[in-house]
Write a protein that binds this ligand. Structure first.
Ligand SMILES: Cc1cc2nc3c(=O)[nH]c(=O)nc-3n(C[C@H](O)[C@H](O)[C@H](O)COP(=O)(O)OP(=O)(O)OC[C@H]3O[C@@H](n4cnc5c(N)ncnc54)[C@H](O)[C@@H]3O)c2cc1C
Length: 390
């Protein structure tokens, strides 16, 4: 194996997106699993722009134009739009497509190799991998950690973890929902404490899942209860997935010879946990910084610090606003949530909700507070600060 100028750890969509844009320098993607695209730990609900960004049309399995929001006390807000608001993608197909794009651009991909650490050697980094034949080492200038929420790259570089994690579980059920264009979203401490649950039509099957805050108990217990309450307990479980979503990026996402990106840097949306849009946007800034650094021959932390400014000025504000709203949301009792539901259960408020964009949820704050000004009472300080920031 020739020493590459750049090593991308993680063959997920974010790692592949970086590698497709750095391949003017020799780029090696290292993926611990024998194949890219499995196991899946994602619902695959994305804005159509994500499909476009990746050219991943072949992975689309359904289109969603609205949602039904279930409050703990039983109130349901039924919101529909005339546009397609989100698409359901098959993550295995999507991830493989992103990886093929990186290969087409000239990157090499080494599967079945786990990054286990690195040490500095002068200006370079000596990378340690473990594979089917045991330990391997290679030398590179720059390591990009796109290795998910546990980021071994981040830990090896002394970069802190996400501020918080939530644990998720979902199943694909062998049942077809009558309404295929709406996702059901369930709120409440008894349904999904600290997060929310979903029932997503996917054509000939239905994806049911949820996330819960750390320490809230096993997601499996809440999931079985949701399936029962939704009357889907008779359906066959085709697939089961579980995973962790990191929320709240660490203060720093770079170090000497290292950048971290995607879930490794907790670049996920704090309200929904979605990380494909934000991670793929950050991938662009990671790739640009990497190319600049390699052209300049400077991979010091000081040179790589421009990555912070680049990705944070693009998506950082939206993530900060999401953190603010998440803080208010997780502190709310079910009674307060029901009160919010009651206030928003009117045509003009639902009209505002129907204009929402899943990648920029904070854009709804101003029009929603204008339509239902009494919502401010739930957290005058946080919501006021949100308005000032938006
Ligand atoms: C239950 C659940 C539902 C979700 N639903 C959605 C959704 O609907 N929409 C959305 O946008 N996002 C969703 N997400 C989040 C989304 O899955 C992630 O944000 C996205 O996968 C991040 O991509 P990534 O490439 O950064 O990381 P990953 O997809 O996690 O890829 C990281 C890759 O690195 C590899 N790796 C890890 N460690 C090493 C190592 N040491 N050496 C080599 N390889 C390594 C892994 O095998 C993996 O292939 C969901 C997450 C969960 C858990």
């Amino acid at each position: 194996m020739e020493d590459p100028e750049l090593v991308v750890v993680g063959g997920g969509p974010v790692g592949s997106t970086v590698a497709a844009q750095t391949a003017s320098f020799s780029t090696l993607v290292v993926e611990e699993h024998p194949e890219v695209g499995t196991p899946v730990q994602c619902t695959g609900l994305v804005h159509p722009r994500v499909v476009e960004m990746a050219g991943g049309e072949s992975s689309v399995i359904n289109a969603i134009s609205g949602f039904k929001l279930f409050f703990p006390g039983g109130r349901v807000l039924d919101v529909m739009s005339n546009e397609v608001k989100a698409m359901v993608i098959d993550r295995t197909t999507f991830d493989r497509h992103c990886c093929d794009r990186a290969i087409d651009e000239g990157a090499d991909v080494l599967t079945g190799r786990k990054f286990v650490g690195f040490r500095k050697e002068g200006a370079k980094a000596r990378v340690r991998l473990e594979g089917p034949k045991g330990k391997e080492e290679l030398t590179t200038s720059l390591i990009i950690g796109a290795d998910g929420y546990k980021s071994t790259v981040g830990a090896a570089a002394g970069i802190g973890p996400a501020k918080e994690t939530v644990r998720g579980m979902q199943v694909d059920l062998d049942t077809v929902l009558d309404i295929q264009s709406q996702v059901e979203v369930y709120l409440g401490k008894n349904v999904a404490p600290g997060f929310f649950a979903w029932v997503l039509p996917c054509g000939d099957f239905t994806r049911v899942g949820l996330c819960v805050s750390n320490g809230a108990g096993a997601p499996s217990k809440f999931l079985s209860e949701l399936i029962r309450k939704r009357g889907l307990q008779g359906a066959e479980r085709l697939r089961t997935y579980s995973g962790v979503i990191p929320i709240g990026p660490p203060k720093i996402t770079h170090a000497d010879n290292v950048l971290i990106v995607g879930d490794a840097a907790a670049q996920t949306k704090p309200l929904s946990g979605g990380g494909l849009f934000t991670g793929m946007r950050a991938a662009k800034w990671a790739a640009m910084t990497a190319v600049d650094a390699l052209e300049e021959g400077d991979v010091s932390a000081s040179y790589l610090s421009s990555y912070e400014q680049r990705w944070r000025s693009d998506i950082g504000k939206e993530l900060e606003r999401g953190m603010l709203v998440r803080k208010v949301y997780t502190k709310m009792s079910d009674q307060k949530l029901d009160e919010v539901g009651r206030m928003m259960d009117r045509d003009d408020a639902k009209e505002v909700l129907s204009t929402g964009d899943i990648d920029f949820p904070s854009k709804l704050a101003r029009p929603m507070l204008k339509t239902v000004p009494t919502l401010i009472k739930f957290s005058p300080q946080a919501l006021g600060s949100l308005l000032r920031k938006s």
